[in-house]
Write a protein that binds this ligand. Sequence first.
Ligand code: SF4
Length: 368
Amino acid sequence: MDDVLDSVAEKAWNGERLTQEEALTLWENADFYSLAALANNCRGRLHPEPVVTYVSDRNINYTNICLSGCRFCAFYRPPEAEGGYVLSHEELAAKIEETLALGGTQVLLQGGLHPGLRLSYYEEMLQFIKGRFPIHIHGLSPPEIIHLARTEKLGLEAVLKRLQQSGLDSIPGGGAEILVDEVRSRISPNKCNSDEWLGVMESAHGLGMKTTATMMFGHLETIEQRLEHLLRLRELQDRTTGFTAFIPWTFQPDNTALQVEPATAMDYLRTLAMSRLVLDNITNIQVSWVTMGSGVAQVALQFGANDFGSTMIEENVVAAAGVRHRLSVEEIKRTILDAGYEPRQRNTFYELIAKRENNHKGHKEHKE
Ligand code: SF4
C-alpha cells in the first residue's frame, strides 16, 4: 500500500488529475499533515500570492415557508404553520440599504420552496432590487429554480432566462447537499435530485451565468459518496467552466430531524484538502467559518482554501441550527492576517475590488 500511496501522492503533488480510485486511496490512507501539504501545494499553484479573499454581503431569506421538509433543515416552516414569513419589498429595501452602507457588494437571496409564489413574484422582486440598488444579486439556488419550473410548467432554460432578464446575476450552489440520489432520498426526499441540480447549473452556465457549488456533509453519506459528489462537479466543470468556487460545509444537527454526531474538525479539514485536490478545475475553495469557527477556518487556509467567503451581515439558516459563529469585517481581516495571509475584498467573480491596505505591511513587521 505504501508504494501505491506514494505514487498517488506524487501525482497529486505534480498537479496531475486523480482518478476516482486514486483519490479514494489518498482520502482513506494519507496522514493528516501529508494531505495538508498536498492541498497547500495545489493551492499555491493556483494562487501563488499569500492572499485570502472575502466578499462583503448579506444573506436575505425572502421566505422561510417551504413544502420540502428536508430532514436536515432547522430553518423552514411548513405552509400554514406559525412563524412563516414572506419579506415585503420595504423589508428587502431596508436590508439592502444597510448592506450597501456597510460596504456590501452583493446579496445572497434564497428562500424556501413556497407553494404560492409564482415566477412573476420573483421577477418583480428582482426588478424591484435592480431598479433601486447597485448591487449584485447572487440568488435562487437550483431547488428553487426547479420548484419554479414545476409550478409554472416551464422548461429550466425559460425560467432561468426570465430570472436573468429581471436581474438575477449569478446562482449560489445551495441545495446540493450530496449529489448522490441514494443519500438525497434519505435526507431530502422532496427536493430535486442530483441530475436536476446539475442540470440547473449546466443551463445557467450555458446562459453565461456564473455559479458556485457546495457540499453539505457529515450526515448519512460515506466518503465514497462525498467523492462521487466532487467527481460529478468536476465532470460538469470540464464542460462548462461555470463554477467560480466550491464551498464544503458541515451539517449542523441542532433543531433538525436528523440527529447524528457533527463532523469533527479533522474530518472537515481532510474533506477540504481532498476537495482542493480533486477539483483541479475549480479555482477557488472557501472555508466555512460560520460552521467551523475562526480557529479551524485559519487552519483550513493550510488545507487548500483560499477564500473566507462572505462577511454574512445576516445569516439565518445555520443560526436556526444553533450555530452562532459571528465575525465582523474587521475580525475577518484580523483572523486572516493572524493566519499569515493578506485579506483582500473581492466581488462575486473573485476579482479584487478594494485597495491593498497598510495593515498587511504592519502584520509583516509584527511577524518579523
Ligand atoms: S433546506 Fe431549503 S428546501 Fe429543504 S426544507 Fe429547508 S428551506 Fe426547504
